[in-house]
Design a protein around this ligand. Structure first.
Ligand SMILES: Cc1cc2nc3c(=O)[nH]c(=O)nc-3n(C[C@H](O)[C@H](O)[C@H](O)COP(=O)(O)O)c2cc1C
Length: 364
């Protein structure tokens, strides 16, 4: 019998530990995903910075390493129309940095960025049948969502407000990630753009629990056993942990990002749109301070990043983090470096111990 006070997510996903390693595009490796799933949690593979061949290769590695359930994650945004005037204005805002770096501000802007879920990604889902499929920024079009559902996958998505949670529940998701303001990376908001009214995890989780009938997964600022216990006390059936897994040995991030995480405290992250065009939380650096953290000039998601790419490459080559997106939540300081499997076990054991203690039982 499970020791966990709420087993709805364990039963729904077929996992043993209600800890989801957050999908983190650009940082989560297939090795991390399979290690967390093998440990009994749910490993989640982010696809937004993969093409379909890269996604297939990552899934081959994972499926060869574990037979346990996995989560594959996609962004559900709509690509914006080309907007050359806005790109020009953005480039003009960054021109002095180009000059400072010895780069030509007139060089073509590299494309790339983050790809939304589409038919070709859906083909991969149909071929590999991940047990869980998660979306960020809402849900894809109904026809695509129906195809995912027909594979038998459980479908989950992030909500940053009660209204977003209700919207997702009305569309039949199996569980909802309540993503509090503390969280690192892109906010999952899709019905509101108002960052001033985004909700903290402590307030968001119980209000979403009260508003929907599906199980709720708490995310944002959870990095140790205390956070796990708190999430269950608020009515969550599982937690999704991102930033703390960036400290795991299997995380793949630039050295400057790792260094920034090591010095991150409670008050040196901010929401910024300068790296991609959508608000995301990261450790404050020079471009956030001088151009943002929120800039009206930043082109629509995900196209703002192209103009920063040459600056970032030049700075990182010299060991600088002035133009790197240093995604982090507000609780980085609580994280401890270890392997993903060990961290999953430690989080679970510490969370359970605290819950037992609070319930008046023995602490060990
Ligand atoms: C480096 C980084 C990258 C992220 N990328 C994704 C992503 O690709 N897809 C997604 O759904 N969420 C992404 N997120 C958000 C996480 O899923 C999760 O909601 C968040 O990390 C939880 O807050 P925490 O960082 O305080 O643990 C990312 C977060 C971080 C820190």
């Amino acid at each position: 019998m499970s020791e966990w006070p709420d087993t709805r997510i364990l039963d729904l996903f077929g996992i043993e530990i209600p800890i989801i390693q957050a999908p983190m595009a650009g940082a989560t490796t297939p090795e991390m995903v399979l290690a967390v799933s093998e440990a009994g949690g749910l490993g989640a593979l982010p696809s937004a910075q993969y093409n379909t061949e890269q996604l297939r290769a990552a899934l081959d590695t994972i499926r060869a390493g574990t037979k346990k359930p996995i989560n594959v994650n996609f962004f559900a945004h709509t690509m914006p129309q080309a907007d050359p005037a806005r790109q020009m204005a953005w480039r003009a805002r960054l021109a002095s940095y180009y000059v400072e770096a010895g780069l030509d501000p007139a060089d073509p802007i590299p494309s790339g960025g983050r790809a939304p879920f589409d038919m070709s990604f859906c083909d991969v889902v149909e071929a590999y049948k991940p047990e869980i499929v998660s979306f960020h920024f809402g849900l894809p079009a109904a026809a695509l969502l129906d195809r995912v559902r027909a594979t038998g996958a459980k479908i989950i998505s992030s909500a940053t407000t009660v209204a977003e949670a209700q919207w997702l529940a009305e569309r039949g998701v199996d569980a909802i990630i309540a993503m509090g303001f503390e969280a690192g990376g892109h906010r999952g908001n899709f019905l509101t753009e108002n960052m001033a009214t985004q909700v903290g995890t402590m307030a968001l989780v119980p209000q979403i629990v009260d508003a929907v009938n599906v199980p709720v997964i708490a995310a944002g600022g959870i990095a140790d056993g205390r956070g796990v216990a708190a999430a269950f006390a608020l009515g969550a059936s599982a937690v999704q942990v991102g930033t703390a897994y960036l400290f795991a040995t299997e995380a793949k991030i630039p050295a400057v990002h790792r260094a920034a995480l090591m010095r991150a405290g409670d008050d040196n992250t901010a929401l910024t749109n300068v790296f991609t065009g959508r608000p995301a939380r990261g450790v404050i650096n020079r471009v956030m301070r001088e151009v943002g953290p929120i800039s009206d000039l930043a082109p629509a998601f995900p196209t703002a990043g192209g103009a920063l790419a040459p600056l970032r490459a030049k700075a990182e080559a010299a060991g600088g983090d002035d133009f790197t997106n240093l995604w982090s939540g507000q609780a980085a300081k609580l994280a401890r470096p270890m392997s993903s499997a060990e961290f999953t076990h430690v989080l679970a054991a510490d969370g359970l111990r605290i819950m037992r203690r609070l319930a008046g039982g023995k602490s060990d």
